[in-house]
Ligand binder design. Sequence first.
Ligand code: FES
Length: 504
Amino acid sequence: MEAIWGIGGTDQHHYPTLNEDISADAVVIGAGITGITTALQLADAGMDVVVLEALAVGQGGTGGSTGNLYSTVARGLAPLRKTWDDATIRDVVNARALAIDHIEALVERFGIDCQFHRRVLYHIAKAEDKQILETLDAEREAMRCAGLEVKSAEDAMLPFQMTHGLKIEGQAQFNPLRYVQGLARAVSQQSVRIFEGSPVREVKYPQGVVVTDKATVTAHHIIHATHTPKGINLLHASLLPSREYGIGVKLNSGAYPEGIFFVHDPFHSLRSYRHGDEHYLVVIGEQHKTGEGQADAAYFERLHAYISEHFDVESIAYRWSNQQYSPADGLPYIGRMHGKDNAYLATGFAADGLTWGSLAGMIIADLVTRRDSPWRTHFDSSRFDSRRFTPGKSAMNWARENASVTKHLAKDYLGTRNLKELADVSPGQGKVMTLKGEKLAIYMSHDGELSVLSAVCPHMKCLVHWNGAETSWDCPCHGSRFDIQGEVIEGPAYHPLARREQPH
Ligand code: FES
C-alpha cells in the first residue's frame, strides 16, 4: 500500500539513526507535521533541538493524510457547538485559518515544492435525506456564527445530482509529504538534528531522558508529537482511535474536479491531485474504529465501487490508510503534559491533523520558550490545553470510550474461541488463538510460515485484533498497531508484541 503523496519521488533526505548518547535543549518525538513544525519554531527561538522518528520523516499520519487544509473541521463545526460556545467555535476557525497562513508563509520562506494552492471547500449532499439536509443547515449556521462567509455550492464540478450544498473560499491543498520533507530539510540546515529509524522505548521524565534502541537523548523539554502520546497517559481514555481508507484513481474522462469536497452520503472526502501530466482523483472514506474492522476487509473495493457510481474510473493507482484519534469533547489537546513540568503533547486531531499539527507546533514552542504568544491575541489557548478535563462536556463520549475499552478487555479475554486447530489460519491471514492458556497472535505467510506473537498489547494489556486490510495487529483500546513481526507501527505502545515459540 502506498499513498499518492510519494508520486514521482519525493524530497526524501535520509537522516541517520541515533547511535550515541546526546543532549539538547529540547527533544521532539515524531517527525510528522507537528514535530517538524515544533522543531522549526524552537530552532527559530535559538534552541538546540533533536527530533527522533521511528520510521522516516512524514511517513506516519502526515504522509497518510488528505493534504487538505481548512479553517473548519471535517466532521463539522455544528457538532462542536453542542459542546462548546460560539466564542470557542470562532477561536477554532480563526486559529486554524492562521495556521494555514503560517503553512503558506513557510512554503514561501523555504521554497518548498509541495503544490500549495488556495482552494474552495464544498460541503455537498447528493441524497434527499432529511437528516443530511438538517446536518448541512446546521453546518451553514455554525459557519456563519464563526464569521465565515458561506456561499451556495452551485459551481461544484461534481457529476452528482446535488440536492444541497455550501462552500467557503480561501482554503488550501498541498502535498503533505513533500511539505514536511521540505520543512525537515530546512530545519536540518538550521542545526536541528533529525534521527530516523529511532523508535522511542522509554521516557524518564524526572531525568529528562528519552531512550531509543541504541542511545539516549537528555533534554530540558520533551515533546510528544506522535499523533497520540507514547506510554500511559490519562488522555488515552478520551481518544477514539479509528482508521480510514484512501484511493487515488485515474479517470477516463480526464475531468478532475478542483476543490475540497466533503460529500455527506454518508461521509466521503474527494479531491484531485496533479503531478506533472499525471492527474488523479483522491477518495477517502470507510472509517471504522481501530481493531474493529470487518472480516471481509474490502474497504478499498468499496471505495472503488462508490466512486465508480459517479465517475468513469480507469484504474486504481494508489491505496492507503491512516489512523485518527478523535477527542471526547471535539477539540484537540495541545500543551503541557498533565503532572509533568518538562513534557508537552499534541493529540486528538481527528481528521484535521495537518492544520491542528501546525498550530500545535506554534503553541508548544510558545509554551517551551515562555514567550508572549502572538496566538493569545487570537484565541484562548486553554481551550486546547492538554490538561483540560471537561467531564460535563465530554461525559457521553468519555463513557462510551471507556465502555468500549472495558468491552474489549473483558470480551477479548473471556470470549475468544478456544481454537485448537492451527489450520484455521489461512495463508496471508492472522488470528488470535488461545493455546496452552495463552492468547497468541498467529499469522501465516503465503509460504506457510507461521509468526507467533503474544496477542497482549504491551501498552495496557488489551488484546490485539487482526487487520486483514493492512496486514497488521491493531489494538482496539488506544490504537497501537503492530506489524506481523510484532514491531510497533504507531500508537502509544513503546514495545513490540512479545515473540513466542512456534506452537507444536
Ligand atoms: Fe492501549 Fe493497546 S493501545 S492497550
